[in-house]
Write a protein that binds this ligand. Structure first.
Ligand SMILES: [Zn+2]
Length: 412
């Protein structure tokens, strides 16, 4: 029997225990805040060690342990890292769920629960891939590494960043993440983001004598209108990105809603919070707004920051940048992309399109260090919403795709 055939049979044979592990991961609540991932990390450690995979913890903070599992091939070669996060969005609306959000219940071929989509199913299937490859390690070249980290949802420093700074095995020749993308989409990059607060001040007065005052809200409205104009700035998206994004337009719009691709190609400006004034018949002397911007490939953060500061300065506002990170992408021509798309075609019968993530995940941290990183995973269903679920079919299929793609990439 071929090694690839044997790997697929390993995944099939282990699928019940993989699904069971996914349920246990959902039961090991790790919502952020507070994002304590000790219970979830323990499930991962138990599963891997029970199946003979060499795994250890690497923690910068006691409540945020990261798991590092290493499968060594017979001969030296490439290193492929499969990275996933253990923390999830919190449960804030359990009354809107039809099932226990922490039950990991299975109904009609679906696994329900907080984090089922994002991304405890991705963790479970990554573990199954590690186990299958470990059983076949004498047929492997190079190294397969699985890392399960915390501190992703809150974008803190104790997860993937910590591993990249402290654990050599976390730095692969290529990185994959089983974040939910739908089995028809593989992400090779993501938008950047800028989070900021803007403040304006004025001079209060009775509204009957408004000419004696100066309205902080009027000043703010002028600044916000200018900032909104950033959305119509022309974007010079690199040709290799634009080609893939346009080719994926129909699929992506079907998954993320009509308009997703148009939104991806321009700067996104969202005024998320706005507060000011004291009484409706007084001229307001202060106003505050909170904004998030999204930056497509081709729009570096530095240039936009300069524009934002100029708009604030000219409009009489002060701006506090909370965080700024530029867009990142890896070459859509990378070997691991070919390996994953080829394996997906074999398993699912259709080749995933390549796309840029509208939101961000940990892959950007690898790209920033020059490590090519890509996302491919099960279809998200109600991710971070009530009744979140993932289909068992997707989880088994993605596990098979990764097992084959990892073998092909490492032995090429
Ligand atoms: Zn995620």
């Amino acid at each position: 029997m071929s090694v690839r055939r044997e790997l697929l049979e390993q995944i099939e044979a282990g699928s019940d225990s993989m699904i069971q592990a996914c349920r246990q991961l959902i039961q090991a609540y790790s919502g952020d805040p507070p994002g304590d991932t000790r219970k979830a990390a323990a499930v991962v450690m138990d599963y891997l060690t029970a199946h003979g995979v060499d795994a250890r913890l690497a923690a910068g903070r006691e409540e945020l342990p990261n798991v590092v599992a290493v499968v060594k091939g017979e001969n030296p070669g490439r290193r492929l890292v499969l990275n996933g996060h253990l923390d999830t969005f919190p449960v804030v609306d359990s009354h809107l769920w039809n099932v226990d959000p922490l039950g990991g219940e299975i109904v009609d071929g679906r696994i329900y629960g907080r984090g089922a989509s994002d991304m405890k199913a991705g963790i479970a299937l990554s573990m199954a891939v590690a186990v299958a490859l470990n059983r076949m390690s004498n047929k492997l070249t190079g190294q397969f590494v699985f890392t399960a980290v915390g501190d992703e949802v809150g974008q803190g420093p104790w997860g993937a960043d910590y591993l990249l700074d402290n654990v050599e095995e976390a730095r692969g020749d290529a990185v994959l993440a089983a974040e939910p993308t739908s089995c028809d989409i593989m992400r090779f990059g993501e938008r950047g983001s800028i989070f900021m607060e803007i403040e304006t001040t004025g001079r209060s007065a009775h509204s009957a004598y408004a000419y004696q005052g100066s309205s902080a809200i009027n000043t703010m409205m002028g600044v916000l209108a200018e900032l909104q104009q950033l959305e119509v700035l022309p974007v010079d998206m690199p040709a290799e990105v634009l080609t893939e994004v346009e080719a994926a337009r129909d699929r992506a719009d079907a998954i993320w809603g009509k308009g997703a691709t148009d939104a991806l190609k321009r700067i996104g400006v969202n005024v998320g919070t706005l507060a000011g004034g004291t009484r409706l018949n007084m001229v307001p002397d202060q106003c505050r707004a909170g904004l998030s911007l999204r930056l497509p490939p081709g729009v570096p953060a530095d240039g936009i920051l300069e524009s934002i500061k100029a708009i604030a300065r000219n409009g009489g506002a002060t701006v506090n940048i909370i965080q700024a990170s530029g867009p990142t992408y890896s070459s859509p021509d990378h070997d691991i992309v070919r390996a994953v798309r080829g394996a997906a075609k074999e398993i699912r019968g259709s080749t995933p399109s390549l796309y840029i993530g509208l939101g961000a995940n940990d892959t950007r941290l690898f790209r920033r260090r020059g490590i090519p990183a890509f996302t491919y995973g099960p279809t998200p269903n109600n991710a971070s919403m009530p009744n979140e679920y993932v289909t068992i079919q997707d989880v088994v299929d993605v596990a098979k795709v990764y097992a084959i793609a990892a073998y092909d990439y490492l032995t090429a």
